[in-house]
Design a binder for this molecule. Sequence first.
Ligand SMILES: *[C@@H]1O[C@H](CO)[C@@H](O)[C@H](O)[C@H]1NC(C)=O
Ligand SMILES: *[C@@H]1O[C@H](CO)[C@@H](O)[C@H](O)[C@H]1NC(C)=O
Length: 490
Amino acid sequence: MAGMSRCLAVLLLLSLSDAQLMRRDSSRAASRRSRLQGALREALAKVSAEQVLFVEESLRDSYEAFPKDAKGNLPPHSALPALARAYFAKEHGWLIRGLESPGAPIIAPGESYREATQGHGAGDLYEVHALQDKAPELAAALKEAALSPVASSRGMSLADISQTVAALEQILLEESVGLLRAAYVLNELESDMDRVPAPITVEDAHEVLLSYLLLFRHGLPHDLEDAKKHLQMKLRARKTSEWKGMQSFEAQALNSSGKLAWTDLKERVMLLAKLYGRWQNRECEDMKSTLVKMGDSGRVKLNDFHGSPKYPQYQFTEKEEYLQQAGILEEENGEKYVLIANYLLGASNCIASSEYFAVCCLNECETLLNHFEASFQMPGAALEQVQHLASELNASAVSELSSAADASGVVVWHSPAFRRWLHRAFPLQCPRPTALEDEAVEAELTEAKEWMEIDEAARQKLHPLVLHPSECTRLPEWHETPEESAALEV
Ligand SMILES: *[C@@H]1O[C@H](CO)[C@@H](O)[C@H](O)[C@H]1NC(C)=O
Ligand SMILES: *[C@@H]1O[C@H](CO)[C@@H](O)[C@H](O)[C@H]1NC(C)=O
């Protein structure tokens, strides 16, 4: 770090005194970007262009609705984690460790929601545990992009954001490969966890993938060594009503004949991991229709909730204390109610807890929000225009929209007032926002506003002045390499 600031100081003086150098600095600005892009290139080596495009399309509506600068870049600090969180919640139902919603309960790997601790403000993307452990250079580049005043004044483009999200998605999908290895061993097809397994028959491959699904669904803590215990668990699973569904889900990924190599199985298991979130959501749908039958207007009396029978795949046993803390309870005229959308999206319904993420019910509210964002492609719109669109979705909620407009008659999507309206209009999809979530949305708005106010000229002035140490041409040999300094910064 000391080396970097010396190099900086020298260049600062030079660039202030030398107009020539100022001009050449535009090319340096481009090469400075390359820290993030270099890290992304490496992290994306195994991701198909098609997947990056898919992520980009999924993110586009929200991206378009964020306030942007003239170049179309977003402030990286709160927009990036908010966009990434929304993508994973609506596409996979993934709750990523280090990226929990502001104030949401934080559950350590292998612990249950009962041991949750209360989280604080929204985390940044570089704090995601999976990135820090598996892609430290990317985490460091993201940290720089968010914290260094110069890099953050530049903001992030849709391509930067989609590539970052796709890279993180790939890292999390690859986590399944470890369980696949264990599934070979537990089915006694391989004895050594460190050896590349030999090709196996289709029948064996089905068994391996089914074991993988059981291990994945079970989540931490895992027993990946005791084959006998695993096969007993599998036998119990075979006798349940869930088994048939699991078998046909697994079969989607495997319909070839002939022997299958380790690389084939790795591909299939990552496909299953990718489809898993949508597949497991049937259980959430099932829970939702059970709850809807028990209550009305998107909520269920707490007594009815606790008094309901045990269902084969779930039971409503969460204690009042948890429901209260997680913002799931509502009290009215002395009666306590469980809010269905908040409950479904709550931590107690997350499964498959692993070191870096858990799988929860899909967030359908994000999809509804995208509908508004996509229709206007702006951070908000005039009340009458929003009313017009809202009337197509829920006509009886239109009159309440006026409470979501600000003083100038504009409805801003990422505002506490609009979030509250979404909850009233779509009580089965949109959770009632908690006070901490409201605070985070406010902070996001303020940050975006402040960021937009750094005027272009100020940015131009800032940009030429800061260099990454690797771009300093006069580095002594004893200086740490960029890799070393990156490792130190994480
Ligand atoms: C399985 O077969 C179907 C159609 O028969 C095909 O669309 C699908 O891609 C195949 N899946 C795999 C993993 O080969
Ligand atoms: C439509 O909005 C009204 C008023 O907010 C609400 O009571 C009702 O449950 C909503 N309907 C649906 C289908 O969500």
